[in-house]
Ligand binder design. Structure first.
Ligand SMILES: *Cc1c(COP(=O)(O)O)cnc(C)c1O
Length: 325
């Protein structure tokens, strides 16, 4: 058995931050007197919904592509995703004079296919029921010499995602708790590395959809637990398992994993629209919904919340906001 390579550290997160400077936005940290009054805590919202292409995923994708050897970068990259990772890889590749091929399901929303093409990527579609996207992406990688950029289980992706929390601690200082949306764990593990270095007593929690609590189960069992694709409006967290690289970091450093139901995500979306005038997608609300639910334990304390993205279909968004509260 080959030895497991050492996990990424804060040094890689800091190096990623240097690479991203001038390319990614340093997103604002917003406050809300209403949120503070409701929870009794001081909340700091790191607004990755205002990141380039609308989500933190630009950070990891850019860092991973920037680290490729020049010849590999020129040859191009491939990713499979129907969500934010697709647009992140497409945009980052264009920024870095590389070229992206994105494997997306043929029945993905037309707006998402168009947005990915608009960022300059070639889109290869596949039939969900007949083909495996991993196999197609791997075949494209082999045939065309493309580098595969995974959505979360990759050290350079983890390091890039950690730069959002790094900026938050850099700006606010020590925090008592930090709530982070959790899918495959790239954002959470990067945030954990940042917290360990910048605010060692900060309790960091992943927050995942109640319908897809594989992260919580994995922490309980001490091994990666795989579940069926969960039914939730948090489409960026419909992952079935944590990664081989993310799980050990989450296991070592996370205080816990909380779960929230979809109705709490809708409440949070409405709060951000009505009170803070910002659009946050359902997955982007996971950390906030977790913080709102747990705030009773953090009275008078400083709580960080990562709002991870703001890409949402406007018709669905309107229907969520207008449904009876
Ligand atoms: C991908 C994504 C997540 C989950 O990130 P992981 O690194 O897979 O845990 C959360 N929020 C948004 C908006 C995303 O696009």
């Amino acid at each position: 058995m080959s030895p497991v390579p050492p996990l990424p550290t804060i040094d890689e997160v800091r190096a990623a931050a240097a690479r991203l400077r001038g390319h990614a936005h340093r997103t604002p940290v917003l406050r809300s007197a209403t949120a503070d009054a409701r929870t009794g805590a001081s909340l700091f919202f790191k607004c990755e919904n205002l990141q380039r292409m609308g989500a933190f995923k630009f950070r990891g994708a850019f860092n991973a592509i920037a680290k490729l050897a020049p010849a590999q970068r020129r040859a191009g990259v491939v990713a499979f995703s129907s969500g934010n990772h697709a647009q992140a890889v497409a945009l980052a590749a264009r920024q870095l004079d590389s070229h992206a091929v994105i494997v997306m399901p043929a029945d993905a929303p037309a707006a998402k296919l168009a947005a990915t093409r608009d960022y300059g990527a070639d889109v290869v579609t596949y039939e969900r029921r007949r083909e495996s996207r991993e196999a197609i992406a791997q075949r494209l990688a082999d045939e065309r010499g493309l580098a595969l950029i995974p959505p979360f289980d990759h050290d350079d992706v983890i390091a890039g995602q950690g730069t959002a929390a790094l900026e938050l601690f850099d700006e606010i200082g020590q925090l008592d708790a930090l709530f982070v949306p959790l899918g495959g764990g790239g954002l959470l593990s990067g945030s954990l590395l940042a917290a360990e270095a910048m605010s060692p007593r900060c309790a960091v929690f992943g927050v995942e959809p109640a319908a897809g609590d594989d992260g919580r189960q994995s922490l309980q069992r001490g091994e990666i637990v795989t579940i069926d694709i969960p039914d939730t409006i948090a489409d960026g967290a419909m992952t079935t398992h944590l990664g081989e690289r993310t799980f050990p970091i989450v296991r070592r450093l996370a205080r816990g994993v909380a779960t929230v139901h979809d109705d709490a995500l809708v409440d949070a979306m409405r709060f951000f629209a009505e009170r803070m005038k910002i659009v946050v997608e359902p997955t982007g609300c996971l950390g906030a919904a977790g913080a709102f639910a747990e705030a009773g334990r953090w009275q008078g304390r400083k709580i960080g919340v990562i709002l991870s993205g703001g890409n949402v279909d406007l018709a669905r968004y309107a229907s969520w906001l207008s449904a009876a509260a």
